[in-house]
Design a protein around this ligand. Structure first.
Ligand SMILES: Nc1ncnc2c1ncn2[C@@H]1O[C@H](COP(=O)(O)OP(=O)(O)O)[C@@H](O)[C@H]1O
Ligand SMILES: [Mg+2]
Length: 240
């Protein structure tokens, strides 16, 4: 469904992605795991139309995504939740969600969509009228994901949803992501928190210094000694 081929992203002389290739099947939840600076946001941003790659291809259900502007990607059902969330802090939870329904594809189903989002995140239902900027980090992340879901996506791109959250809150956000997985939505999630992510994803790719260095079913990677050393127990994952 999604095919990224030999993607290269460069910032000046710095090569952030070096011929990266990944595939994601319809309905899969695929993780991209890597440390700070590995190139995760560059990869996700390329798929979501925020980063312009120098070379390679991104195909999604017959479409050449690199030839489409970002607003067109949203209309085609591709929703990106960026690092740092990007919610409207001065607006209520309800208004943030309502603004997510801006694409033409989402307008007809706003009410049923909102019901689904509130069912996935019961906490948002309780806090509907709260100003988003006054919520905890985890709650704001839920608003950001909920807002993306209001655009009626087929493909949801999540950039480090656990960043800056306390472990207990990470569990809560990931429990919601596990529920999203059962809805059949296709999800690409990039994360440094390999342990929490491998617990909910179907498959994962490992990215180090702009290159894919491993991949496999999440269950296999969880017990792979090299992965455990570099991604699960080691200082590399704990530092940031
Ligand atoms: N706009 C930019 N200009 C220059 N360098 C960048 C820019 N964005 C990212 N980089 C560099 O590219 C590399 C990969 O960044 P990024 O994709 O954000 O990694 P990650 O999301 O895994 O932390 C890093 O070395 C980062 O400093
Ligand atoms: Mg990043």
């Amino acid at each position: 469904m999604l095919e990224v081929g030999n993607l290269t992203v460069r910032y000046g002389k710095h090569v952030a992605l070096d011929e990266v290739s990944i595939t994601v099947g319809a309905g899969e939840m695929v993780a991209i795991l890597g440390a700070n600076g590995a190139g995760k946001s560059s990869l996700l941003g390329s798929i979501g139309g925020r980063v312009r790659p120098e070379g390679g291809s991104i195909r999604y259900s017959e479409l050449d995504l690199l030839s489409l502007p970002q607003h067109e990607l949203v209309e085609r059902g591709i929703a990106l939740v960026p690092e740092g969330r990007g919610i409207f802090p001065g607006l209520s939870v309800s208004d943030n969600l309502a603004l997510g329904a801006f694409p033409a594809r989402a307008r007809a189903g706003v009410v049923s969509n909102r019901d689904e989002v509130l069912a996935l995140f019961p906490k948002l239902a309780e806090r509907r009228n709260q100003i988003a900027g006054t919520m905890s980090g985890g709650e704001q992340q839920m608003v950001a994901i909920g807002r993306a879901l209001m655009s009626a996506p087929e493909l949801l791109l999540l950039d480090e949803p656990s960043l800056g959250l306390a472990p207990i809150v990470v569990q809560e956000v990931f429990a919601a992501l596990a529920r999203i997985r059962t809805t059949g939505l296709t999800v690409v999630i990039v994360e440094q928190n390999a342990r929490a992510t491998l617990a909910i994803a179907d498959r994962a790719y490992l990215i180090q210094a702009g290159r894919i260095t491993g991949s496999g079913p999440a269950g296999t990677l969880r017990t792979d000694p090299a992965v455990v050393r570099a991604f699960l127990g080691g200082a590399a994952m704990e530092q940031t």
